[in-house]
Design a binder for this molecule. Structure first.
Ligand code: PLP
Length: 466
């Protein structure tokens, strides 16, 4: 494209995105399409010639008419599933700029400014999150930007593994053991497998409702001791601040104390909740982080960065560079970055709407609300009551399965297209998950979503009673 045509087409794309955001509220948040729906609408082979006339305008029409009906609208204010991917149109412009410049900063020399910017920005972000100095360049550690948390886990396990094998000999790789709780994101298991940890040496320690589904330091220590007694070698602990099912916060200080002296690398996965640490009132979530070896969080989850962006900080960057580096021209340290702080503290302060769930006696909140994630479910009693109202007790052949009814409730809510939520099974109990945090979500959207849940609960309970 020459410069003028590039400008013209660029405007079309920006207009398209602006229109999408203007209308996003109108789309059903989750598409109702069946597998294979798109392939049937597209040509069998790639077109050899552009569409006649304005080819880009035609392509954008296809995106609008063929693609958008089949996407889940993650930026929709009605999206409450999983964790939010809080992009922003400002972030999209940043992506366009980065894509336009297309810089490849694999070494400092390959693009000095890009490398130095990453050094400065990760220290800014680390300061904004109140991370300990030990993880920042200014304190001898340092941060980097990756794509995903899975990458962060993989890089740090490999660093820990190589450091350990250098001490004990490579032939003992089969003895290395990694630990986490049964609430951990599956990406840790993937990372451990890619790093060569034996399947049998991946320890998922059970949690319980009593401890709020957090990893128990006592149970961790018992597992570590049992492995040591059996001649295996504890290598790595992945603790989580903000677990995926319920946003539980593992007790980092106590976990570090439990494994201290066993040479275990402690990584903290704060993919979702790390962003909350910019708020002084959530600072307690990272208490005790002074001795962790690494920490990662996804700015694309809750910091208005567009996909993909994972920030990883390590206490000893040389452990990473000696495991993964292929030369010495990797990082330029910039001690002056320490003095800087971007002062970001504008994370949305969400209203505590848990009160809305509590005000409807049909529902319970089985795990405490943490950050902006609310896990809730229909109470067993309200299900039994609904059935009992319509039919005498003796006529009810079988008590309805409350997990099944909660599952039906989620399906009914999602089928409305007016809210999209997800689920988790914690402590053997099925819960609905409402993760608030999209940049376009306002109080009215949350209220509307709760209205949808209440209305569908009435329908589901009535259907169970007939
Ligand atoms: N860890 C936690 C706690 C998560 O909630 C998630 C995703 O939701 C991940 C890790 C995976 O993140 P990524 O997709 O960046 O690998």
């Amino acid at each position: 494209l020459d410069a003028d045509e590039f400008r013209r087409q660029g405007r079309l794309v920006v207009d398209f995105i602006a229109d999408y955001y203007t209308r996003i509220d109108e789309y059903p948040v989750r598409p109702s399409v069946a597998p294979g729906f798109l392939a049937r609408k597209l040509p069998e082979t790639a077109p050899e010639r552009p569409e006649p006339g304005d080819a880009l305008a035609a392509a954008l029409r296809d995106v609008r008419d063929l693609i958008l009906p089949g996407v889940t609208h993650w930026q929709s204010p009605h999206h409450f599933a999983h964790f939010a991917a809080t992009a922003s149109n400002v972030g999209a412009l940043g992506e366009a700029l980065a894509g336009g410049l297309n810089i490849n900063p694999f070494t400092w020399a390959a693009s000095p400014a890009a490398t130095e910017l990453e050094v400065v920005v990760t220290d800014w972000l680390g300061n904004a999150l109140h991370l300990p100095e030990t993880l920042l360049f200014s304190g001898g550690g340092g941060g980097t930007l990756l794509g995903t948390s899975c990458e962060a886990m993989l890089c740090t396990i490999v660093a820990a593994r190589d450091r350990k094998l250098a001490e004990i000999g490579e032939e003992r790789i089969g003895d290395l053991v990694v630990y986490c709780s049964d609430q951990n994101h599956f990406s840790f298991q993937k990372a451990a497998r890619i790093a060569g940890i034996r399947r049998g040496n991946y320890r998922e320690i059970p949690t319980s409702r009593e401890t709020g589904f957090t990893l128990s330091p006592k149970a961790l220590l018992a597992a570590v001791r049992a492995d040591v007694a059996a001649g295996r070698i504890p290598l790595f602990l992945c603790a989580t601040v903000g677990t995926t099912p319920t946003a539980a916060v593992d007790p980092i200080r106590e976990l570090c104390a439990a494994v201290s002296g066993h040479g275990v690398w402690v990584h903290v996965d704060a993919a979702y909740a790390g962003a909350a640490c910019v708020c002084p009132e959530f600072r307690h979530a990272i208490d005790g982080f002074e001795s962790v070896d690494s920490f990662s969080t996804n700015p694309h989850k809750w910091l208005l960065a567009n996909m993909d962006c994972c920030a990883l900080w390590v206490r000893r960057p040389e452990a990473l560079t000696s495991a993964l580096g292929t030369d010495h021209d990797v990082i330029l340290k910039d001690p002056s970055a320490a003095a800087q702080d971007d002062g970001h503290s504008n994370v949305v302060d969400y209203k505590d709407w848990q009160a809305m769930v509590r005000a409807d006696a049909r529902f319970e909140v089985p795990v405490p609300r943490r950050f902006a994630l609310v896990c809730f479910r229909l109470r067993r009693r309200s299900i039994a009551n609904a059935v009992g109202v319509k039919r005498p007790r003796e006529e009810v052949e079988e008590e309805p399965n409350d997990d099944e009814l909660n599952r039906r409730l989620l399906e009914a809510v999602n089928a409305t297209g007016r809210a999209y939520m997800s689920s988790a099974v914690v402590g053997g109990v099925y819960v609905l998950r409402c993760a608030i945090g999209n940049s376009l979500t306002e109080k009215r959207h949350v209220q509307e979503a709760w209205g949808v849940v209440q209305e569908q609960a009435t329908v589901v309970l009535a259907a169970a009673a007939t």
